[in-house]
Design a protein around this ligand. Sequence first.
Ligand SMILES: Nc1nc2c(c(=O)[nH]1)N[C@H]1C(S)=C(S)[C@@H](COP(=O)(O)OP(=O)(O)OC[C@H]3O[C@@H](n4cnc5c(=O)[nH]c(N)nc54)[C@H](O)[C@@H]3O)O[C@H]1N2
Ligand SMILES: Nc1nc2c(c(=O)[nH]1)N[C@H]1C(S)=C(S)[C@@H](COP(=O)(O)OP(=O)(O)OC[C@H]3O[C@@H](n4cnc5c(=O)[nH]c(N)nc54)[C@H](O)[C@@H]3O)O[C@H]1N2
Ligand code: SF4
Ligand SMILES: [Mo]
Length: 568
Amino acid sequence: MSLNKKIACPLDCYDTCQAVSNEGVIKGSKENKITNGRLCVNFASLLKEDNLKNAKFEGKDISLEESLDILEKKLKTTPSSSTLYYKGSGNLGVMQSAPKNFFAKHGAVLTKGSLCDGGGGAGIEASRGSVQNPPIQDLIDSDVIIVWGRNFTETSSHIYKLVKDKIFITIDPIKTQIAKKSELHLQLNPKTDYELALYLTRLAFMNRLDDEEYLEDNSEGHDWFFDISKNRPLVSYEATTGIALDDAYKFFDIIENKKVSIVLGLGVQKYFEGSQIMRCIDGFAMFLGIYKQEAGGVWYLSDSNYGYEKQFEVKGKNKKIPVPSVDFSAYDLVFIQGANPVVSAPNTQAVINGLKNTFVVFFGTTNNDTCEYANLIIPSSDFLSKEDVRLSYGHENIAISEIVNEPLKETINEYDLAKYLIEKFSYEPLMQKDEILEYYKNNKVEYEKFETFEFIEEVDIEPLYKDKTDDNYYLITAKSKKSLNSQFNSDNFVYLNSKSGFEDNQEVKISSKYGSAKFKVKINNDIKENCAFFYAGNKYVNYLTVNKEDEDSFSAMYQEVLIQIELS
Ligand SMILES: Nc1nc2c(c(=O)[nH]1)N[C@H]1C(S)=C(S)[C@@H](COP(=O)(O)OP(=O)(O)OC[C@H]3O[C@@H](n4cnc5c(=O)[nH]c(N)nc54)[C@H](O)[C@@H]3O)O[C@H]1N2
Ligand SMILES: Nc1nc2c(c(=O)[nH]1)N[C@H]1C(S)=C(S)[C@@H](COP(=O)(O)OP(=O)(O)OC[C@H]3O[C@@H](n4cnc5c(=O)[nH]c(N)nc54)[C@H](O)[C@@H]3O)O[C@H]1N2
Ligand code: SF4
Ligand SMILES: [Mo]
């Protein structure tokens, strides 16, 4: 039995918890300031997961050895230019990148962009040079926290607990848990965050809250940014954002003379111009002087690899295609690792059509929805039997995984699969596992504030409200407490405000320009009247979303859509 073995939670989540196992009992680490002795319901579900125990070929059980043989033959008989490597975020350990090293050396096609935070990240990078979060202590030391497009209590419950007694302001079309705890909830219309940021910038200027000297010394283009904000009268901003001037003033009353933080989430940037929207919000933060304070700051999904040398990187010339618009049928061989595109990728029908028309290898831990379309399934060893390190996009700490259980005999981990393939193809060997793990354990990346903040020079955003009528709705998806994207519990309801006229348990057909699907209604008045809400991981919601990339970062834009609802 193992004593005091470390386990990193591998799930895609801001908190990056550290667990410890003692004689088979797994608990949250008490020494880890963020985990603070607690794990969450998703971690409990992960421990109970019914993992794949053996390989399968065309639906029949085969041995692991046979599956690796089939994979090798298939790779050898398929041109590498017709082989696609597609990796999801089912496990965020650094060792997950080992197979990519093989596929890069093999000359396979890789993906670029993201299904997650890409647009917002591109915006922050354009203004500040990199996407790094300040140390978490700066959040703890702030007085007021503005939660902007983030489901703070649910998607980063441990970080929230560190600051739960602060004063909150929430900016979200949904009355989330954190909105209910907030001193002020600005329940804006979806995709109007850039307008709200400009509206608030204008008010900040009118109240002389900007520090001209600081802006002169540390940024470029703040006059220009202010001019953009002045282009429209306040009443026009009120009308489109749905935020009354009184509430906007309340915002300034609450933050006056306080140390302020902004905690940003995915919600603001699930649109075609996600990057521009983010730059407007970040510009407002700069204008307000948030970056000049001792404590406080702006948090988003930090680039967790920032400052590290990528240990599995291959400087190859692989072709890279945008991940949201991938057409699986354009390849003869598709290798899917740690992902469930049938539920999580945009435009489910296109994903299924693509998968049906190619040879699919699925390498993962569970029998998920994508397995139905896989010709070959290779079971990955579970997280308790893999050595790994997890970097965090929510804070600066890493988490470490030691081997707690022996891996199941018929499973293989990511590093070993990569090593096996590299040997079979006589490519240059991988670095030793220990060397890679030690590198991450021994290198800590320090936070560096930007040198010069570059304000956005021109805002060119097509609002969704232009095409909004009384008969259609904005589509909103957000994460659920009880699931991790498509893993664990799936909730397939559409949530609507009672003013929609629909009733609980009615069956409806929902359509968009891109597809349609059936849902059952749940009435919930936390949802804004003009919105239809679905949890991420809903098996049908992505039938409605568009499989094109945003304007700047090759990333998905799940909410760039309006939908119609009718009784079915
Ligand atoms: N329990 C749990 N935790 C998770 C996950 C999970 O599935 N379950 N997933 C993890 C992953 S992969 C990620 S990327 C993170 C994401 O976590 P978050 O950043 O919290 O992202 P979401 O939950 O997608 O959406 C956040 C909020 O944006 C709001 N929103 C939607 N549209 C708009 C808009 O136009 N403007 C504004 N201001 N708000 C809007 C939604 O109502 C929602 O409350 O969470 C991680 N943590
Ligand atoms: N409409 C809508 N769609 C969304 C979102 C949204 O907000 N709205 N959110 C998006 C976001 S933020 C994200 S990050 C993506 C997530 O999308 P994906 O990255 O596709 O994640 P999941 O759907 O959770 O699928 C993860 C799979 O990884 C596998 N897995 C788990 N652990 C391991 C392991 O150790 N090794 C291997 N090889 N496999 C493993 C499991 O089989 C699991 O089914 O979804 C996106 N999809
Ligand atoms: S809060 Fe996040 S990191 Fe922590 S145990 Fe739960 S899923 Fe894992
Ligand atoms: Mo994500």
